[in-house]
Design a protein around this ligand. Sequence first.
Ligand SMILES: [Zn+2]
Length: 317
Amino acid sequence: MKKIIAAALILGLVLFLIPMGFRQERAQEETENSAVLPDSGKAITILVDGELQEMDLNEYLWGVVAAEMPASFELEALKAQAVAARTYSLNKAGQAANHPEADLCTDHTCCQAWISQADAQANWGDSAQTYTNKITQAVAETNNEVALYEGALITAVFHSSSADTTQDAVAVWGGNVPYLRSVPSPEGEEVPNYHSQVTYTAQECKDRILQAKPEAVLEGQPANWFSNTVYSDGGSVMTLDLGGVSVTGHQARTIFSLRSASFTVECAPDAVTFQVTGYGHGVGMSQYGANAMAAEGKTYQEILQHYYTGVTVESYT
Ligand SMILES: [Zn+2]
């Protein structure tokens, strides 16, 4: 009888201790995962909703990574984004003509998108703690690191997704930038809205062309208006003629409000349909491509060196 009682006591103790052990382990893991954002030592002034806010560079970068890339992405992709954003920020700080009082602003069409930690956490709901730690980790583990070309900070532009290859800067903006070259990009059907379609009536299409290019000659059916389309190897439109006027694929993207310059045109007698792949200007790092590379096991340095030709990733002082 004593033996039975002793055995029951031991069993009870074991059953009690096992979950306690698990609990302790879990608590330890959570502590380890709570990354701390280090002070970069560089204060910057940000124009947030019309008001100037001074903050540490890393605090700003946390908000840029949270706003510019889905927090569900692979950690190495988030780290590549953190380095790209740091490089872009240090290169651009104080250079924007439209807000000389601030180093950077939170308008993505001018500088980079940015979100406060409180707003990001509200958007993330149940994943707030996990995602907060992940982005903190991405910024902390790349602290001070930037992408350099021949020792100088690069203009680290990025975009959402590309169709097969990224774009050469010269093809999009006309200026030759040695590190912004067209390179293969591995993303595909996993990208939300990777393929999109835009249809205009013939009249709407005509109006858009004439607003941008009043000298265009648009006679007869839409099929007569589009000619001499030149595609890059990756399937992006380099140039095409609209009513006899040559425009770049990038300009056509703006004229027809397309998600990217990777498109084909289908003309009916009374309508024009654009089939579009990818999203963004296509230059520099593709964010979905970075995530695909990270999923294949590539590091953030490898991702950055893939998308920015000839750069080094170094600590910046
Ligand atoms: Zn700005």
